[in-house]
Design a protein around this ligand. Structure first.
Ligand SMILES: Cc1cc2nc3c(=O)[nH]c(=O)nc-3n(C[C@H](O)[C@H](O)[C@H](O)COP(=O)(O)OP(=O)(O)OC[C@H]3O[C@@H](n4cnc5c(N)ncnc54)[C@H](O)[C@@H]3O)c2cc1C
Length: 445
């Protein structure tokens, strides 16, 4: 079978789900977005910029082409080259390497895979990431973390209180008021000591350096515009074509624009806004020296975090943009929302101002399962849709995908089932109709 980005969509029945008359319009706009600069996150601004990598030019053949250079793609390339040093392995990114979600997240790392029930598998994934950080001596402030799951209503608090897991403890609303600087959470909070935190941009840097040391070729500003799935596959870029025996698609939220899995996943937009550096007295007053990561357990989750450099930020979900676009226009609207969140939760610092803001996109599926495994002819592999929790799963899935491609055994390869069994999701007309109002209603203010 030969599939291209277009007939892959049609061949899976998506056409029936796309609203009549809209399909052509959506198709016209449904292209890879490239050529624009992505403003760096505050995390990335804090580290010395890495030397740029070249743009891909020419026509050549490789053993493995990885599309997308975030945690997933860089880890896949690194492990593939480690397992098969004789292979030519390249990573092509449409922008700067790591400039997608990997350098824009909140840096909370949990032994958790959204959508996978096996309790041990996430721990194996976490060990893999820890071992990578140690082996490659990545200085990324990877540390144990005690998180707070803060609960806005009393009934959520009552429920959480009777279902505490090992390692969790209960914090009453009064204690939160006195020791965490907020009286917003009528349900109190659950303190969870089993987690980790990381500096995302430093972890990206570690992945890039490790991949280079391993002998992976890295290309930036080299968008893959089309993938023709055949054996070998053919990748088109503005600088030329690439014939690849194997392909790993690691483009997460950007995947539908590449023309793959449009019928199974969708991008969601997020914004993060950070304050100036807090003074030591402010940190203490807000209890951030004890609880520096706080999650609001609501339909569209909100995260607060104190960065190691002293900036305090709020991250919130904004919504869906038509045609699976990964650009978001209304930055001022996002900032107003962030201000309201601060005013409600932390009125004592509401006038502090939000000095740094950055946008990001996450890849989602309706029932929160990740998508990883071969699709099409079997030589095209994907690993996407982490549903907002992909630092460790991205790295570990990169490893598993590499094992699958080079033929290296691992007990967790059984989780690489591709997109089988995943619920189809309607085309742009209906997803705009459903997701946009849903997001507005669920916005937690
Ligand atoms: C605001 C925010 C907060 C988050 N917080 C957390 C958190 O606290 N903990 C957690 O575990 N996870 C968190 N996440 C999710 C996590 O960041 C992602 O799951 C993870 O980074 C996914 O890595 P990735 O490599 O799969 O995708 P990405 O990092 O998005 O990489 C995809 C890459 O593909 C490239 N690309 C796209 N299209 C093309 C193309 N056509 N050709 C070539 N290259 C292309 C992009 O430029 C990008 O570099 C958060 C995400 C966001 C946005």
């Amino acid at each position: 079978m030969t599939i291209s980005r277009r007939n892959f969509l049609i061949g899976t029945g998506t056409a029936a789900l796309v609203a009549p008359g809209i399909a052509g319009m959506a198709r016209g706009r449904d292209m890879v977005e490239f050529g624009s600069q992505r403003e760096p996150s505050l995390w990335s601004s804090e580290i010395t910029a890495l030397p740029s990598q070249p743009q891909y030019q020419g026509n050549r053949s490789v053993d493995l082409a990885v599309v997308g250079g975030g945690f997933t793609g860089l880890a896949c390339a690194y492990y593939a080259k480690r397992l098969r040093p004789d292979w030519s392995v390249v990573v092509l990114d449409s922008h700067k390497l790591g400039s997608g979600a990997s350098s824009r997240n909140s840096g909370a790392v949990a032994p958790r895979y959204v959508g996978i029930d096996d309790p041990d598998m996430p721990h194996r994934g976490l060990k893999r990431l820890q071992s990578f950080i140690e082996t490659e001596q990545v200085d990324c402030e990877f540390l144990p973390a005690t998180n707070l799951r803060v609960l806005p209503t009393k009934s959520e608090g009552d429920q959480a209180r009777v279902s505490l897991l090992p390692g969790e403890s209960w914090i009453a609303p009064e204690e939160l008021r006195d020791r965490a600087g907020t009286s917003y959470y009528a349900g109190g909070a659950v303190e969870d000591a089993k987690n980790y935190k990381v500096h995302p941009a430093k972890l990206v840097e570690g992945h890039i350096k490790a991949a280079l040391r391993m002998g992976v070729e890295l290309y930036e500003d080299s968008p893959v515009l089309d993938i023709k799935s055949a054996k070998p596959a053919l990748l088109s870029t503005p600088g030329g074509e690439m014939v690849a025996k194997n392909v790993c698609i690691a483009t997460n939220a950007y995947t539908p624009r590449l023309g793959f899995l449009n019928y199974k996943m969708f991008p969601l937009h997020q914004y993060t806004f950070a304050t100036r550096k807090l003074r030591a007295t402010e940190v203490q007053k807000l209890g951030l020296d004890r609880w520096d990561i706080r999650f609001e357990d609501v339909m569209l989750p909100v995260t607060f975090r104190l960065m190691p450099t002293g900036h305090f930020f709020v991250r919130m979900v904004l919504g869906y943009a038509s045609h699976n676009s990964c650009d978001w226009q209304d930055v001022e609207g996002a900032k107003r929302l962030a201000m309201r969140l601060f005013e409600q939760r932390y009125p004592d610092i509401a006038d502090i101002g939000l000095v740094h803001g950055w946008h990001g996109v996450t890849g989602h599926t309706p029932l929160l399962q990740p998508i990883a495994g071969p699709i099409g002819d079997g030589n095209i592999h994907v690993s996407v849709a982490y549903n907002g929790l992909g630092i460790m799963p991205g790295h570990n899935n990169g490893y598993l995908t590499a094992c699958n491609i080079v033929g290296h055994a691992d007990q967790d390869l059984r989780y690489l089932t591709g997109d089988k069994g995943l619920m189809p999701f309607p085309g742009d007309f209906y997803r705009s109709l459903m997701l946009k109002p849903f997001m507005s209603l669920m916005t937690p203010v």
